[in-house]
Design a protein around this ligand. Structure first.
Ligand code: ADP
Ligand code: ZN
Length: 709
């Protein structure tokens, strides 16, 4: 038998075999061709091949291809990686769709989907199941033989535990826990189902605490009961333990997936997806690239959140939009939810692409938190400020603390001071590698200056390097706010949550369990928490959020402040949001103060007037170079080539931070009409950039960002 098999292989090598094309995890615009000795190759099979002198594990993307070059020069496949699970054709088609949309290569998407894979997950899983079965049998027979009641109980406990483990190692059968919905939630759910029946994506707009999560869970249960799988996406997972626990109560089989779980756990989730049995994955955007089978529902929670956008590496995708692409390959329904939907989604709803469903009432009957705006310019004149805090805010805090309420303070900049300035020559200390001020941090007793862009660190001497004058910290970051609060409220327990906090989960837990009175932090504190005793939320220096050189600045500020407002007063009591600002008349602040829903319409008409997204599609082209002269000539040349497509190109212009880690940066911006020419124009942009790179040997300097945020 063995001999004849060998012989057959030999014959194939002589006469049979075929050519296949392979997707490699590279930025490669073509799929190289390889020779195999066997006829039986399936699309999706995993192969090891050598390309440009290096070994890669790739995916067979086509079989029986006709080689474009001299067949003599085509290399054979090194080996078939039969221990790696095959990729489905649906996955490959999905990758191609993502690559086409985001103007990147299918290899880059493959790399994002399969970052690294060394061992077969399926095999590991099977081994684990077998091990559990053997142990279970052993303990069962011990239980049968047990003599005393005490031993019997102990063994029975172990048997039960192993049975549970085995159950979850194999397929957890769906257990249905009833989900209770209020009348208005029920109505919203029916409405969502109607939207789904029309084959549309549902946009669920509901204030924080209205029960959007309940509706997602009800829909998930329906999908699972129909034998379909569920993908529940959240922008970030580190701080959504509360959500995870809540979902686990109803769906014990839930599997959590995000970029920082161990490779072994990632493989396990992938195995469940491939098993063909219905599953429930709770994850971040990377979970979109799991080997999904038979998805029935995709939930995109907090759809407006910018964390859904991947900045680097390519593909620079938005998880919300890719979720909709993915759904098409499975016939799955998609629900996008938010208290503050993105203007893109509102536009799509108003033009009938999505179906809008609203949920107005909070579950715990309380009214929406009140908003009080404090004009810090006026307060400064009246000596109403103590450091960066106004006396008015301090009074509110005192009142809240005196009735055992909790306070959450948002300051958008981590650090002690966002910058330092010389009182002699007036110069602001900048990072040597980036065009940004260094911020001052206190680390224990030490004071250091840190660049938030490249991480460059310098000790803080307090003396100007240029003139020897005295350096002065400028403004207040989270650390300084914390320090000032400690001095003002010596008996309160105060904590800080920002990018410098080590154990974030512990800080959140302490606050949610009431051990902390005041929590100060960056944007992190605006997300996803549900605190019972949180009565007052306050923003220090809201101007930092408003004055950004970005056409989305107002939209972002409004979303952030609305989300933050929703954190307070969650259990029937009316909460309060205090905003300290130098610009109390800013339209965003005014809209919040007056609870004016019309502001969204105003923002949309501004976008329309300037032909900005969502009325158009934007493609950004980012050029980087350590040589500023070459950068300006290259970016200008690229702009003119793109202009001849023809598309309207703005730039090259310097972004607000125009040098990072020694690389100078220029941006080009292209606005495209949302019409039938969109697809071909985008394709031409991609082709123009890659031919420009080739022609000028400029690869690695240019990045295309479709739908930049
Ligand atoms: P959202 O997702 O819109 O912020 P949630 O679903 O988190 O709202 O609901 C807010 C709070 O109200 C949660 O603590 C949730 O447990 C509770 N809640 C909402 N709807 C119901 C319901 N129908 N039955 C019981 N509790 C509910
Ligand atoms: Zn730097």
């Amino acid at each position: 038998m063995e001999k004849s098999k060998l012989f057959l292989t030999f014959v194939f090598m002589e006469e049979k075999g075929q050519y296949i094309s392979v997707i490699l995890p590279l930025k490669l615009e073509w799929e190289p061709c390889y020779k195999t000795v066997t006829e039986e190759v399936e699309i999706g099979a995993r192969v090891a091949v050598t390309f440009a002198g290096r070994r890669y594990s790739g995916v067979v993307s086509d079989v029986h291809v006709t080689p474009g070059t001299n067949p003599e020069r085509i290399r054979p496949v090194d080996s078939f990686l039969s221990d790696l699970p095959a990729v489905s054709e649906t996955e490959i088609r999905f990758w191609r769709r993502v690559a086409e949309y985001y103007l990147c290569t299918v290899g880059e998407v493959f790399k994002a989907a399969y970052p690294s894979e060394k061992q077969s997950g399926e095999q590991m899983e099977r081994r684990q199941e077998e091990r559990l079965r053997i142990r279970l049998e052993a303990w069962r027979s011990k239980l049968d033989k047990a003599r005393t009641e005490v031993t019997r109980n102990r063994y029975a406990g172990i048997v039960a535990m192993l049975e549970r483990e085995l159950e979850s190692a194999a397929e957890s059968p769906a257990i249905y826990i009833p989900i209770h919905l209020t009348d208005s939630q029920m109505t919203a759910l029916d409405h969502v189902k109607e939207v789904f029946a029309l084959g549309k994506t549902a946009l669920l707009r509901g204030v924080t605490g209205s029960g959007k999560t309940q509706i997602y869970m009800a829909l998930a249960q329906k999908a699972l009961s129909e034998g379909k799988s569920v993908l529940y996406l959240v922008p970030e997972i580190a701080l959504s333990h509360q959500l995870e626990e809540r979902i686990r109560e109803v769906f014990p089989q839930v599997q959590v997936f995000h970029s920082s779980i161990t490779p072994a756990r990632k493989r396990n989730v992938a195995v469940h997806c491939r098993s063909g049995n219905p599953y429930f994955v709770l994850g971040t955007r990377s979970a979109l690239f799991l080997p999904h089978r038979n998805l029935g529902l995709i939930v995109v929670d907090e759809e407006h959140d910018t964390s859904y956008k991947q900045d680097a590496p390519s593909p620079r995708y938005n998880g919300r939009d890719v979720a909709i692409m993915l759904s098409r390959f499975h016939g799955a329904h998609v629900i996008l939810g938010s208290a503050t939907p993105s203007l893109e989604s509102i536009y799509n709803a108003s033009s009938g692409i999505y179906g809008l469903v609203t949920l107005e009432k909070r579950y715990y009957e309380g009214e929406r938190p009140e908003v009080r705006v404090i004009d810090t310019r006026a307060e400064r004149r009246k000596r109403g400020m103590v450091g960066c805090l106004s006396r008015k805010l301090l009074e509110e805090m005192e009142r809240t603390l005196s009735v055992k309420g909790q306070v959450l303070v948002l300051r958008a900049r981590r650090s002690f001071a966002p910058s330092v300035q010389c009182s002699g020559c007036g110069s602001v200390v900048k990072c040597p590698c980036c065009n940004v001020p260094m911020s001052l941090h206190k680390i224990g007793e030490k004071e250091v200056m840190i660049c938030h862009y490249c991480g460059h660190t310098e000790p803080y001497t307090g003396q100007c390097k240029k003139c020897g004058g005295e350096l002065q910290p400028l403004g207040s970051g989270t650390q300084r706010v914390e320090e000032e609060l400690r001095a003002l409220f010596p008996s309160a327990v105060i904590a800080r949550l920002d990018g410098d906090t080590g154990d974030e989960a512990a800080v959140v837990r302490d606050f949610s369990e009431g051990r902390t009175d005041i929590l100060v932090g960056t944007q992190m504190v605006t997300k996803g928490f549900d605190f019972d005793r949180l009565a007052l939320v306050a923003v220090i220096h809201a101007d930092g959020l408003l004055a950004r050189p970005d056409f989305r600045a107002d939209e972002r500020a409004l979303q952030l402040l609305e989300q933050f407002r929703g954190r307070s007063g969650r259990r029937g009591e009316k909460g309060l949001l205090v905003i300290q600002t130098d610009e109390p008349d800013h339209p965003v602040i005014q809209a919040l103060e007056k609870s004016d829903p019309g502001v969204v319409g105003t923002m949309l008409s501004e976008r329309r007037a300037f032909s900005y997204p969502p009325y158009t599609r934007m493609v950004a082209v980012i050029v980087k170079d350590s040589d500023p002269a070459r950068l300006s000539s290259m970016s200008a040349a690229l702009a003119s080539e793109l202009g001849s497509i023809p598309v309207s190109v703005t730039g090259p212009y310097a972004p607000s931070v125009d040098r990072i880690a020694g690389q100078y940066i220029r941006h080009l911006r292209i606005l495209l009409q949302r019409d039938r020419t969109l697809k071909s124009k985008k394709k031409e942009i991609g082709a123009t950039v890659s031919s420009f790179e080739r022609k000028n040997r400029y690869a690695g300097h240019i990045v295309i960002d479709v739908d930049p945020l």
